[in-house]
Design a protein around this ligand. Sequence first.
Ligand code: ATP
Length: 818
Amino acid sequence: GPNRLPEPAPRGPWVRLAGQFRNVLVQVLIVAGVVTAALGHPVDAAVILAVLAINAVVGMVQEGRAEQAMAGLRNLLAPRATVLRDGRRRTVAGADLVPGDLVLLEPGDLVPADLRLVSAQALSLQEAVLTGESVPVDKDPAPVAAAAPLGDRQGMLWSGTRVMQGTGRGLVTATGSATELGRIGGLVAAVEPLTTPLVRRMDRFAALLARAILLVSALILAWGLYRGQSFDDLFLAVVGLAVAAIPEGLPAVMTIALAVGAQAMARRHAIVRRLPAIEAVGAVQVICTDKTGTLTLNDMAVAAGTTPAGDFGVAPDGAVAGGGDLGPLARAAALCNDAELHDGPDGPRVEGDPLEGALLAFARQAAPGAGQGWTRRATVPFDSRSRRMEVLVQSPEGRLLRLVKGAPEAVLPLAPGAAAWLDRARALAARGLRVLALAEAEAPEGAPGPWRVLGLVGLMDPPRSEAVAAVAQVRAAGIAVKMITGDHALTAQAIAAAAGLARPDRVLTGAELDTMSDDDLARAVLDTDVFARTAPEHKMRLIAALQGHGLSVAMTGDGVNDAPALKAADVGIAMGRRGSEAAKDASDLVLADDNFASLAAAVREGRRVADNLRKVIVFTLATSMGEALTLAVALVFGLSLPVTAVQILWINLVTEVTLGLALAFDPPGRGAMTRPPRPPGAPVLTRGLVWHAGLVSLLFLALVFGLYAEALARGLTVPAARTLALNALALLEILHLLFIRNLNGDPPDGPIRAAPVVWGMIGAVLAAQAAITWAPPLQAVFGTAALGWVDLGRLAVAGAAFLAVLAAERAVRHRLLG
Ligand code: ATP
């Protein structure tokens, strides 16, 4: 079977349905339904219970879809493993491993199954998931005593643990639940609940509001009884008031807005791992990005280089010209290398690091057959601190050679004459090339010889065109973009300029950062956009310096050493392809295609979700309060109700929730990426919005009452006047919806050409209103009556007045409150 741990059982439909009844409003309605039936109003009781049932089923289905969407996202992040099959290196899904597979491990890898170590170079693992011990453990293939406890079996690697350093190969001995992790009952992490700090805050607020409303309703009931109204009449009206005022749809609609956002991000290759990231990514003020693969294509090719005999160039078709005898350089490039080239129908494909793949392709061209027959005896793997890789190789005749390749500063000082070579390296770097130096030394057993520099190669890695556009886009959105790279300062500058960063010429290197105090760094960090020759720990200092200015920082990373920085950032972003499992695990967001453009898309979606959440909140609170106020005024002053209790139920559960849902799907506003980010800690509801919500409630009260009173004065029957008031409520909600879409003064796609889903929802509400107004069966149940043209004309006038007041109010509000 597949190499997978059992998954926690998903919540079944019945569990989700039962969950719907935890809602205070639902409980109140059940009680109300029962009391109404007991009071002898079977039709009203049936309506209440039917509305309840519909509401619960809709909630259950929506939650199920949202949960499914999130589970789907998790599947996109399934781990992969590198194996040797038929003697060739390939990448497979972790679930496809079987006992007997030979797995290759690098720093940052998650051990995909239990493995017997076959070979290891400086390998150490973090086994905290199994042993709780957070200090990395060294591993070695040597046998241990048969009775050694788990933690002492150094020749074994356990599924779920993490490679911190070194490389190794291991043979799969157990998969799935047969692994040690499976045996202690390890589970795949459960689906995260669909919630964020904002949603939780609103949930708590809604629950509090519900209690307050129940209290007020009880007081109004008592007041009515005191004035001598019959309990029978009052009870249903007060229930209607409570239903109107409680924003029951709010938590569900907010959850859906988040799920919609997460799915839209996934379509744009940004996969959310922690939901609060959806809001946070829309609010970032600084993005610190990697260079290779994110801003560039990570599609490397050797473009130029030097040997002791002179410079060489490489034509686009790969032909090499100049440089004298390229044999030794090509041999080192081919042997000090962990990648493989697999010949496929559309040319050779790299399995492994693209940089090493480019070196293999170069070696093939420069000196075909270079390094053939040589075998590797030992390896010191590349790591981002030493910036070099070294191997010991042996020829078929038994000659031993040490080969090293790496950053020029890390390799050239090994041999005499470094200064002249470093100058040549700088010249290559200034062309935007990533430069590697290669050197070799004879290594007869016992007496290693001196190092000889074999040459330099400059690799070209062109910027991604869509990343250039995306950098411009996020900069227009008021976000600073900083590049953090392990490359040489000159290479970094050239790429920064090509990518369109603000100040490509000002560079700070890792060595300079090391000599700066935190205060110096705090001053320099705002004006510097390029950080070169950095090690992962520099990322931590940069985040601290930026966050010290109160900025919200997004940081990308791929290596195992980037994990702390990804955790410390406000939004940690890991690379889906190039990134290690360790980086993904520490991140909030994963870019499936490693592309900066996907990050820009995520920012846009994040802003959309945050805007839509605010729209949903303002819309729901304003309309709920408007309806409640209308009923409360009637009740307190003992007037006849402009809408009955069952009618208000209809408005709430059919109209308001449907329209709120439309907002959850609203596309991003046109200005979403030209506005500066919202300052961190800004309240969700600004003073302006609270005032707006208050005004809308008052307009609801005035217009609904006005229409109702005028209708009665015109001699309409009470049912007809109520039907007019009912339709006025629905109309005002629709108009308010259209108005609130324009929250930031930028309608998503023009005021009229709204998103199809918005018009779909509005159409559905209009159809439902037509049905309740003119369909005899619904008339019988809800006590409505048909309206005439005169009434519809009155509705149109009321709607126009509503919009006119709101437009005037917006103009004034923007002038006064900004
Ligand atoms: P970027 O954000 O541009 O990817 P990085 O921090 O990931 O930068 P590293 O991969 O750590 O950069 O590389 C730093 C330097 O180490 C490179 O400039 C190069 O000189 C050298 N280097 C990179 N990969 C290898 C390798 N496989 N073998 C030897 N040296 C390497």
